[in-house]
Design a protein. Structure first.
Length: 396
């Protein structure tokens, strides 16, 4: 087991916490989840700032919930507000809660380089161990960065790390330009070696929505068609919706034209494509897709295929399905599906918003996987150079 102490770039929860802070938490959540899919031998100890305002308690718990996982332990610490949080944390509290004697830390992943030296000193004097440190410098790609008076601490912290990752080459250039005005050429040379950029954001090849941005009032079921419970439930749902309104069609690509449902109802379109390319083009013109309630082998692939074409899906509210796209609309019963279908058919702005979220989810997951692969390679390289630290107790 590799025990990693994650010191994220989080502020204490306040009324003014920005959208960027929420986006960063989403990034951390996806990163940890992706790491867990890739390997199960990493356990994360995540330091989180305490919330000291009662009104922000629910938001604090929501943030904790996003970071909670079977392979994580969240450790709340007293952290001051504002710039002081970047150079201070409660060492005594950390010593009590981290229990390094029982569970030695193998690696530190610090997202606040300015506090690296404090962490290094803490481990050196409290545990007689100095775990290797990798970092992530979380900055905005802006012409001028607000360093909040801690730039020198940031540079000193970077030099204490084995590697520090940045999102873009622009960030690396900004750090170098600022450092050259204050530090020697030897320090700047060390920065050049230790600062590494993560893979740039790219759009997955399969993501190709309808270029025209138009769609028809067509509900798609691109799953198997047989007498199983999934399809029978879908059939009952669309027949019920048809009693309410008759301004939509249903396309079932895997249904034969001889199927009873297709023969009885003209608004049910079976098959109707000649090639994979033709199938995807027709899929891009649909309004919304529905996923089945019960798990089957092709469910995930069918949803992703539709999302790649820019089609939002209504997904059954099951934790197993949520990892496909947690920003989707989820249903628990037929009544909720009917309400959601009416919303998608009537409200084009909402439908397009959810289509955009589906595509964004695919792009984010694809790029986080590429980032995780890069970070994982660095962890492996560092761990190969170090003897393992064993504990008699199990991680908890």
């Amino acid at each position: 087991m590799i025990r990693i102490l994650l010191y994220p770039d989080l502020e204490p929860v306040t009324f003014e916490n920005s959208l960027s802070q929420n986006s960063y938490i989403e990034f951390l959540s996806e990163m940890i989840e992706t790491f867990h899919k890739k390997r199960q031998d990493i356990f994360w100890y995540i330091l989180t700032p305490k919330s000291r305002q009662k009104a922000t308690g629910p938001q604090h718990e929501k943030n904790r919930g996003k970071l909670s996982a079977p392979n994580t332990k969240l450790i709340d610490l007293e952290v001051p507000y504002g710039p002081l949080s970047k150079v201070h944390f409660d060492l005594n509290e950390l010593e009590k809660k981290l229990k390094c004697i029982d569970y030695p830390i193998d690696l530190i992943f610090c997202h606040r380089p300015e506090i690296t030296r404090q962490l290094k000193l803490f481990f050196e004097y409290k545990t007689n161990l100095i775990p290797p440190i990798i970092g992530y410098l979380h900055l905005f790609e802006l012409p001028d960065i607000d360093w909040k008076g801690v730039f020198e601490y940031t540079i000193f912290g970077l030099t204490e790390m084995d590697v520090c990752f940045l999102n873009t080459r622009l960030q690396k250039q900004q750090v170098h330009e600022e450092a050259r005005s204050l530090f020697s050429s030897s320090v700047c040379g060390e920065l050049h070696e230790k600062l590494k950029t993560l893979p740039p954001v790219v759009i997955p090849r399969g993501v190709k929505p309808n270029k025209s941005g138009t769609y028809s009032r067509t509900i798609v079921w691109n799953h198997r068609v047989d007498k199983n419970q999934n399809f029978m439930e879908f059939q009952k749902t669309i027949l019920h919706l048809r009693k309410i309104r008759d301004d939509f069609k249903v396309w079932i690509p895997k249904m034969r034209t001889s199927h009873k449902l297709s023969r009885e109802y003209r608004w049910v379109i079976a098959g109707g494509f000649t090639s994979k390319k033709d199938y995807l083009n027709k899929l891009r013109s649909c309004c919304v897709g529905i996923s089945p309630k019960h798990i089957n082998a092709e469910l995930r692939e069918a949803i992703i295929e539709g999302n790649e074409c820019g089609i939002p899906y209504l997904i059954f509210n099951n934790p197993i399905f949520r990892e496909i796209n947690k920003n989707s609309d989820f249903y628990k019963n037929r009544k909720e599906i009917i309400v959601l279908l009416n919303k998608y058919l009537d409200n084009s702005n909402y439908r397009n918003l959810m289509a955009g979220k589906s595509i964004s989810n695919l792009i984010m997951k694809h790029n986080i996987k590429r980032k995780v692969d890069t970070i994982n390679n660095t962890i492996n390289q560092i761990q190969k150079k170090r003897p393992s630290i064993r504990s008699k107790k199990r991680t908890k």
